[in-house]
Design a protein around this ligand. Structure first.
Ligand code: GLU
Length: 309
């Protein structure tokens, strides 16, 4: 395959955005968080950030969107920094094969969630970071981390989205209550869920998110926010668990570690090469961006960036 220079990459991104703008079937926007139901499904953005921060974009790549579960990757990096391997007493590292908000598995596995990216696991991670701190300090740390990763201070939490999720968080509260019953929650449920819904309400554009993901490429020149060994492990978890019960399909099609969010965003990492962000609000039946998944598959086909060669 021809080496991917910036001119070619720009052409590829334009082609993808053009194709996606005309896609008739765009999936379904998440409605269980009422604020997200208002987002126009006609939008599509894509950005590729190279380790030095050079960022190529196409489509609606400057429009901020709710990163939702993509925030779990950044919170995991913070949690591992704070607790190290102790974190793994509270959450596993296996793919779930079940929906992102499943209660079933949690009961079977006695309150230890399968992995840090299903909702229960992410709630346990947030709870671990929160222990001994105030929600505002943890959210401040998350924003500092993301802003440093993106080298951009214009990244914020959308309070309306957080309030909207908080008002309809019955299932996440149930997961937290269940973990509390099993002794796997250190803070009051309301405190942990309050922090979690604000973390999910961080907004970024594709360009900002792609830049924020560069530390996960382990490439020379990218910001070094966590150790190289830890980056490898976070990528392994993204590959195995980043798309819930659609993780196998994403790995098969894209061949890259990735993390999706119900806001329609996906962060994917081409190790040593680039950080990729796509956004299209319509979701497939597994809760992952329909056009976003297709766009990353197309990008990998045209660049040869699959980790499997
Ligand atoms: N805030 C969302 C929830 O807890 C995140 C889910 C997702 O983005 O997949 O339901």
């Amino acid at each position: 395959m021809e080496a991917v220079n910036q001119t070619l990459l720009r052409e590829i991104l334009e082609q993808i955005a053009h194709e996606m703008s005309a896609a008739p079937d765009r999936g379904t926007v998440a409605t269980y968080i009422p604020e997200l139901a208002k987002v126009d499904p006609a939008q599509f953005g894509i950005a590729v950030s190279l380790p030095d921060g050079t960022t190529l974009t196409a489509g609606d790549a400057a429009t901020p969107f709710s990163v939702q579960s993509i925030s779990k990757v950044f919170m995991l990096a913070i949690a591992l920094g704070r607790l190290g391997d102790q974190l793994w007493h509270r959450v596993g590292r296996e793919p779930s094969g079940l929906a992102f908000n499943s209660i079933l598995q949690l009961e079977r596995e006695k309150g230890i969630p399968r992995n840090p990216f299903v909702n229960a696991g992410a709630i346990a991670v947030t709870d671990a970071v929160l222990a001994g701190h105030q929600p505002r300090d943890v959210l401040g740390e998350l924003l500092r981390f993301v802003r440093m990763a993106a080298e951009d201070d214009d990244i914020h939490i959308n309070k309306a989205v957080a309030a909207s999720e908080q008002a309809t968080a019955h299932r996440n509260i149930a997961l937290a209550e269940f973990m509390a019953a099993e002794g796997n929650l250190r803070n009051a449920v309301a405190l942990t869920i309050g922090t979690y819904v604000h973390q999910c309400a961080v907004e970024m554009s594709c360009a900002q998110l792609a830049r924020a993901g560069r530390f996960l490429t382990n490439a020379p020149g990218a910001p070094r926010l966590v150790s190289a060994a830890r980056v490898r492990r976070i990528n392994a978890l993204m590959m195995m668990c980043g798309h819930y019960d659609g993780s196998g399909e994403f790995a098969y099609r894209a061949g890259l570690p990735g993390k999706s969010g119900v806001g329609g965003g996906i962060l994917a990492i081409a190790p040593g090469r680039a950080s990729i962000a796509v956004w299209s609000p319509g979701l497939n039946e597994r809760g992952n961006s329909k056009l976003g998944s297709a766009a990353i598959e197309m990008l990998v086909r045209k660049t040869g960036w699959s980790v499997f060669g």
